[in-house]
Design a protein around this ligand. Structure first.
Ligand code: SAH
Length: 465
């Protein structure tokens, strides 16, 4: 079982410092399931490769000491000594634990710098999905190459082997790369060689810090990581959502479960998906998120290949600070960070920094503006900034009667200055179109009631040419 990490660029022998492993000496480490060897097959100023080789003891395996599934033939005939699996994750922590924690006493600045790294994971089990490697690693900013081979050349009808050689290339901190591998190798293999207890949730969240919660395949990763232990997977997902405060700002009033008893997707999530889809449909490659709040939409847009530039603006500095934390701005992958600008700005003032974007999003913001400031907002967006597309969402006041916990006439949030019925929103959009030369398409987001419509209304304005 072999894994290699190659650093290219300048002074690449520094990889030895970062890993705390002397490049001039091959080393071996005793593990409970065999031995790990670390050596450097290539060492120069411009390119250095370190190899981690695992030698799993098949006798221990056969005796059921480690990795045993259920006794029987599996303990004698299996792929365990040859494939990348949880054995590799355990070895990574044992052998490169300090590097994984991001610490390097002698060269901390190096540990904090994204480097040109390439990792090859040999024999990664990849049953069931050809594109799993791309789905899992591309959002983290890696270029992904996979190589599969024919199972047996003498029997081409047997098809391809279920194992791939995976190569990932990217500009990442070494600690990030190691943590990605620690979590994600077992996502492919699924079969853990040790007893999985609840402590595993803490381990996953520790190694997934800063990247797992925002990963588009987060739930799939967590479910595969825990394989059969669904309750642990649900707990881990729950803890991530809690830490993010997904139910925090502008949370909708309590709504009941559906008639069939299953839990509904939160409205906020439906809204973000609907807006993201509208942005993509508009053909935008640059977007400004006006009144971005904690950047939930911005975070989604940053993950999209189509979107090359996202600016998130809010009037509140405190909110922007929270957004930075939520986005893990300090540790953000460079490919995302380069797309992003955060700025403090008020959307009721003409601001040249709002110009030049394909699409502007104003999501659940207008109802926070004093009604007498609405005309300034209109001018700032539709007259001065003039994006090709403007996407606006706001609560549908008609729907409020369906919220059991709301008093009659109460608004959904204490900071809302008003809420519009569908009729009021429609007539406002018509005023915008005739004044500023746009056409609008109105749609509804969330569970639809025949009489009162959906909880959120969305207008997609397109500039007339
Ligand atoms: N769009 C985000 C946040 C909605 S909450 C989301 O959907 O999650 C409303 C946000 O609008 C708050 O973050 C608030 O600070 C911001 N806001 C209110 N008035 C503003 C103004 N005049 N200019 C810019 N942002 C404003």
């Amino acid at each position: 079982m072999l894994l290699t990490i190659t650093m290219t660029g300048k002074n690449t022998q520094d990889l030895g410092y970062l890993l705390h492993k002397n490049p001039y000496r091959a080393q071996s480490f005793d593990l409970s399931f065999g031995k790990a060897y670390v050596f450097y097959p290539e060492l120069s100023d411009k390119k250095t490769t370190v190899a981690l080789l695992l030698d799993i003891d098949p006798i221990d395996l056969a005796r059921g000491k480690v990795g045993s599934k259920d006794g029987g033939l599996f303990d004698y005939v299996n792929d365990r000594p040859y494939v990348a699996s949880s054995f590799m994750s355990t070895a990574l922590v044992k052998v490169f634990g300090t590097a994984m924690s991001g610490k390097c006493t002698k060269r901390q600045e190096l540990a904090d710098t994204p480097l040109d790294l390439e990792v090859c994971v040999h024999m990664l089990p990849c049953r069931g999905s050809d594109s799993l490697a791309e789905e899992i690693f591309e959002p983290l900013g890696y270029e992904v190459k996979t190589k599969s081979s024919i199972l047996d050349e003498k029997f081409p009808e047997w098809g391809e082997s279920a194992y791939i050689d995976l190569t990932l290339t990217g500009k990442v901190k070494l600690s990030e790369l190691l943590n990605h591998l620690y979590v994600l190798i077992p996502v492919f293999d699924k079969q853990k060689h040790y007893y999985v207890s609840e402590d595993e949730i803490d381990k996953l969240l520790k190694h997934g810090e800063g990247w797992l919660s925002g990963h588009p395949a987060r739930n799939k990763i967590i479910r595969r990581y825990f394989d059969m232990r669904k309750s642990y997977a649900n707990k881990a997902i729950g803890r991530l959502l809690e830490a993010e405060g997904e139910t925090g700002e502008d949370a909708e009033p309590e709504s009941s479960k559906t008639e069939t008893g299953e839990k509904k997707t939160p409205l906020n999530q439906l809204r973000m998906e609907a807006v993201k889809n509208a942005v993509l449909k508009s053909g935008a490659s640059s977007v400004i998120d006006l009144g971005c709040g904690e950047c939930k939409l911005t975070a989604l847009l940053l993950q999209e290949q189509q979107i090359k530039k996202v600016t998130a603006a809010d009037v509140s500095v405190r909110t922007l600070e929270k957004a930075k934390k939520r986005l893990h701005y300090d540790r953000m992958m460079p490919y995302k960070k380069n797309k992003l600008t955060l700025m403090q700005a008020s959307l009721t003032y003409k601001d040249p920094r709002f110009s030049g974007y394909d699409t502007a999003c104003v999501i659940e913001v207008i109802e926070h503006l004093d009604p007498q400031r609405i005309p300034s907002f209109e001018k700032s967006v539709f007259e001065y900034a003039v994006p090709k597309t403007v996407i606006i969402t706001t609560p549908n006041k008609d729907y409020n009667v369906l919220y059991e916990t709301m008093e009659n006439g109460e608004l959904r949030h204490t900071d809302h200055r008003f809420e519009w019925t569908r009729e009021e929103f429609k007539s406002w959009t018509e005023h915008i179109c005739s004044t500023f030369g746009y056409i609008v398409e109105i749609s509804e987001i969330g569970n639809r009631d025949e009489t009162y419509g959906s909880p959120t209304q969305m207008g997609v304005f397109t500039k007339c040419v």
